[in-house]
Design a protein around this ligand. Structure first.
Ligand code: BGC
Length: 724
């Protein structure tokens, strides 16, 4: 490792100024808020600080303060639940548009699509008369096994931030509050309600906090959801450091800090630490919740000052004003299930598909030249939108791959379906018991699939996971493909050289036994309601794949940092993030470990070149801005999109730094032969690391290498910048 100490005297400390305006209001509104608070009794104030049912908070009629309506979840507006239990209310009017979940959003690497998604979700939430939509989920994909990886976006904080900001801006532009979740370090589901997470201050600042900061400071998220777990010994919902010091003081957050459902553990401690709203507490009468009668009592006993209660009520009212809930005119009325919304869901699904491997240009399939195609696998017919627990969506419709392929090509091509494998698990909350029965290989189904593939011109196997694995409330037990899918793929590939594997999953899966046996592998993620159409269009070449992996796919679980170091899911209800800042590709790069597929990887049916990489200055100081430019050209023969990725390295530093880190990217669509000059603005301050010695960010002087490429393992050009 090439680490030398640089002169500390020359070191430049970059101050982070984090005041945001978006969740603040003007002086006039603040006056009105103060006035309203003055008119309230203590009981009325406290009534605003806890749920009165699963997803509502009562208003105060006599003061014109309306009820607050909350709803899940990150990729669609969840169907209406009963007021007082977890069953669905059985409405016939609550089917919704369902987008691909977070991981697929990130795989698109397209912030414009994220803004559009935010707007659509806002429209639909308003149509359903909701005020807060519980998302986006911005936790880090730390382990391939985390059950909620599919809801989160990436292993990289910059990529998550870049997609989170437009999502929240789009959503809130429709007068619906985002609730960025789960603050903080909810990176596993195993023991999520009891685990105590420790990490260094540097890992917190460089990896786990940036997306929350972006959501609050840059996007102005109106609400933040406190996670179930403990952070450094204290529950996130009563953790003074993360809520008072960071959220309120550093980020200047003036919105609502609420609990996850049933994540409150105290009255006085949580109240003093800055929690505003208690939701979802189980097994207690609403009046007995921590922020109900016990809070009234605590104020009367002088354990909680009235000013603290007023602060919370102020935060609630401030967001109501922001959302035009109090005498607001022109609040968005919203719309539901429009063709524009469905088109947005399709676009999001199409751009999320990642072409992992494509030997001999097996894809795209020229369906008009084929007589027959074998479509194999449970995921060819399985619908996924209604799974995963709190993010599940009652989609207005969901197109499966088999439906789409049959509809688009079935009139000229014989579609031979074979089941191949069956879903044998049954998810049970808080356990992965269902997953342990997953591995049964059904040779009869495999034999049938082999027979089908052998009489077809090409075979497409739809495999991967389902929401018995990618789910809230349980982690996966390993990274393997369940239900004998590996045997299926290997057997089919032997009889049909044109075997294409399409993976539908929200987390990395083991592909070591697949890559050398089939020519083409497509990562389709979960695609929401338009999944089938998007996949069929990519397979046929109508859509050129432009997605890039938002996470590393390791060869085996043991390669991945938390598992290599044996600290997932922790021991004795404690987990220490020993891999520190080396999460995802930062670990693989720095340790020279070759994964199966690298972060940022994704092929296209055309080719691109990236050349002429330049910076407007090569010698800078830490407060400077740099503009880098490069030419990107489509050198192939079809229209397509490429994601140019800019990574920064600090090869000589006084601390261990990752080999490189993503600091900018741009998705560009080009016609064959077309080229564009792209410029990317960079702040030199973004090259900083968090220096625990001075408890601040520091850009050390010396040489930095800027690399541009189309994957973290395919760097095309580099340049050097000297920081004075
Ligand atoms: C989840 C949250 C969700 C909430 C309400 C919790 O179990 O962790 O993400 O928003 O339930 O459904």
């Amino acid at each position: 490792m090439n680490i030398f100490k640089k002169s500390a005297t020359l070191a430049m400390i970059v101050m982070v100024c984090s005041l945001n305006a978006q969740n603040h209001t003007d002086a006039k509104t603040e006056k009105r808020i103060a006035n309203l608070i003055k008119q309230m009794t203590l009981e009325e104030k406290v009534s605003l600080l806890h749920g009165n049912s699963k997803f509502y908070v009562s208003g105060i009629k006599r003061l014109g303060i309306p009820e607050f309506a909350l709803s899940d979840g990150p990729h669609g507006v969840r169907a209406e639940m009963n007021l007082h239990n977890w069953k669905y209310a059985g409405w016939t009017t609550d089917s919704a548009t369902c987008f691909p979940p977070g991981t697929s959003l990130a795989a698109s690497w397209n912030p414009d699509l994220s803004f559009q998604r935010g707007e659509v979700l806002g429209e639909e939430a308003r149509f359903r008369k909701k005020d807060i939509l519980l998302g986006p989920g911005v936790n880090i994909i730390r382990s391939p096994l985390c059950g909620r990886n599919f809801e989160y976006m990436s292993e990289d904080p910059y990529l998550i931030s870049a997609l989170t900001i437009p999502y929240i801006k789009g959503l809130q532009s429709k007068d619906v509050a985002a609730s960025v979740k789960h603050y903080l370090a909810n990176n596993q589901e195993e023991n999520r309600t009891t685990i105590d997470v420790s990490m260094s201050e540097r890992a917190l600042r460089e990896i786990y906090l940036p997306a929350f900061k972006a959501a609050i400071v840059d996007a102005g998220s109106y609400t933040v959801m406190g996670a179930y777990n403990k952070f450094r010994g204290e529950w996130c919902t009563e953790n003074n450091y993360i809520s008072r010091t960071i959220l309120r003081n550093e980020f200047g957050f003036k919105g609502i800090y609420m609990t996850d459902w049933n994540a409150c553990h105290s009255t006085v401690k949580a109240a003093m630490a800055g929690l505003d709203l208690e939701m979802g507490t189980e097994n207690k009468d609403y009046k007995d919740w921590y922020f109900a009668d016990p809070l009234i009592k605590a104020v009367k006993n002088n354990d909680v000052p009235m000013a603290i209660v007023d602060e919370k009520v102020g935060n609630m009212l401030r967001i109501m004003f922001k959302l035009k809930m109090i005498d607001g005119k022109n609040r968005t009325i919203g719309s539901m299930n429009t063709s524009e919304h469905q088109q947005a869901a399709y676009q999001s699904a199409a751009e999320a598909i990642v072409l992992l491997q494509n030997q001999n240009n097996t894809l795209p399939l020229n369906f008009s030249a084929l007589k027959s195609v074998a479509v194999i696998g449970d995921n060819a017919t399985r619908k996924h939108a209604a799974g995963g627990l709190s993010s599940e969506i009652k989609a207005l419709y969901e197109i499966t791959p088999l439906e789409a392929i049959t509809k688009k090509f079935g009139s000229t091509v014989k579609i031979n379906f074979a089941q191949g494998y069956t879903k044998q698990s049954a998810f049970k909350e808080n356990s992965n018991v269902g997953q342990t029965v997953k591995s049964g290989t059904d040779w009869k189904l495999i034999d049938k699939a082999v027979e089908t593939a052998s009489i077809s011109d090409a075979a497409i196997i739809f495999c991967g996971l389902n929401h018995d694995f990618d789910t809230e409330s349980a982690d996966k037990i390993d990274m393997s493909l369940p239900y004998g899918q590996l045997e299926l793929i290997q057997a089919v590939a032997k009889v049909n050289p044109k075997t294409i594997v399409v993976l539908i999953a929200g987390s990395p899966v083991e592909l070591a036994g697949v890559v050398n046996r089939v020519p083409s592998i497509v990562w389709a993620g979960y695609g929401g309601m338009e999944a089938g159409n998007a996949i069929a269009d990519v397979l046929s070449g109508k859509v050129n794949p432009s997605g890039k992996l938002p996470f590393t796919i390791p060869v085996s679980l043991q390669q991945s940092p938390a598992h290599a170091l044996g600290n997932f899911p922790g021991r004795n209800l404690k987990v220490n993030y020993e891999e520190d800042i080396l999460v995802g590709y930062r670990w693989f790069d720095t340790k020279n470990i070759m994964p199966q597929f690298a972060f940022g990887h994704g092929l296209s049916y055309t080719q691109f070149s990236i050349t002429n990489f330049k910076a407007d200055k090569n010698t800078v100081v830490a407060t400077d801005k740099i503009e880098v430019t490069f030419t990107i050209q489509n050198t192939g023969t079809s229209f397509g999109g490429e994601v140019a990725q800019l990574y920064v390295s600090d090869p000589v530093a006084s601390v261990l730094r990752p080999k490189k880190e993503l600091k900018a990217f741009k998705k560009v669509f080009l016609n064959p032969g077309e080229s564009k000059i792209i410029s990317m603005p960079l702040n030199v301050s973004d090259f900083a690391f968090f220096d625990e010695k001075v408890n601040n960010w520091r850009v050390e002087p010396g040489e930095f290498i800027l690399s541009i490429g189309n994957a973290s393992d395919n760097i095309l050009e580099k340049l050097s910048i000297i920081v004075k």
